[in-house]
Design a protein around this ligand. Structure first.
Ligand code: PGA
Length: 226
């Protein structure tokens, strides 16, 4: 494993550093394909990107990791809506370069055809999921519809009025697609996440902990704060 683990002293610093990795890719000026997450952790990173009015998005295509499938995209908690609210509505990106898995028949083929993901930002679920690849997802999985794990439904209930409103199904990029990303940056905050990161990075590589596959990635950085 060649992962770089970096603990920083604040969420603000984590957000700045994560945004910096994205900025560096964009500023090289070549076409760049970004894999992007939703959830609580990346909100600060998106804020940092939005606040950089000099950043030119003309050469960027984005591929979101996942989307709920039982709620309308107009629902405030749909991931498309989340992304518009936190990033896309505030930056000068060509709307034709914004992609979600539910919008494309062959998401994996499309990403491959465009040269693959250059940098993918990931969160990690308290059960070890990455994107919505829940425990026991096959390591060779592609984009597909999945049932959400009980733990994920509980964890995500904080974004809804009640746990009954949390969708039980989603469409997610698969582990195979994520692993093909040239670079991966995993961001995580809180003690609960440290436990699962330790299991995933130093324990057995097992489908029971989907994030453990990241041990096999050649260019992985983990940014963590308490
Ligand atoms: P969080 O979610 O950023 O809201 O903790 C991460 C995840 O579940 O992938």
């Amino acid at each position: 494993m060649k992962a770089l683990f970096r603990k920083v002293d604040s969420y603000e610093r984590l957000s700045q550093l994560a945004a910096l990795e994205i900025k560096k890719k964009i500023q090289k000026g070549n076409q760049v394909n970004l894999g992007l997450p939703t959830g609580g952790t990346p909100i600060g990173m998106y804020k940092e990107l939005v606040n950089d009015s000099q950043l030119d998005w003309w050469n960027v295509s984005t591929f979101n990791l996942d989307e709920y499938i039982e709620i309308s995209i107009d629902h405030p908690e749909s991931y498309q809506n989340f992304m518009n609210r936190n990033l896309f509505d505030h930056i000068d990106i060509d709307k034709f370069n914004i992609w979600f898995p539910h919008l494309v028949n062959d998401y994996d083929g499309m990403i491959d055809g465009l040269g693959g993901l250059d940098l993918t930002i990931l969160g990690i679920g308290s059960n070890g999921h990455i994107a919505f690849n829940e425990p026991n997802s096959p390591f060779d999985s592609k984009t597909r519809i999945v049932d959400l794990d009980e733990q994920t439904i509980e964890d995500n209930a904080r974004f809804f009025n009640s746990i009954d409103e949390v969708p039980t199904k989603a469409i997610t990029m698969g582990l195979d697609t994520i692993m093909k990303s040239k670079e991966i940056l995993l961001i995580a905050q809180g003690k609960k996440k440290l436990d699962i990161i330790q299991k995933a990075m130093f324990g057995d590589i097992t489908e029971e902990i989907p994030a453990s596959i990241l041990q096999n990635h050649e260019n992985l950085t983990i940014l963590y704060c308490e």
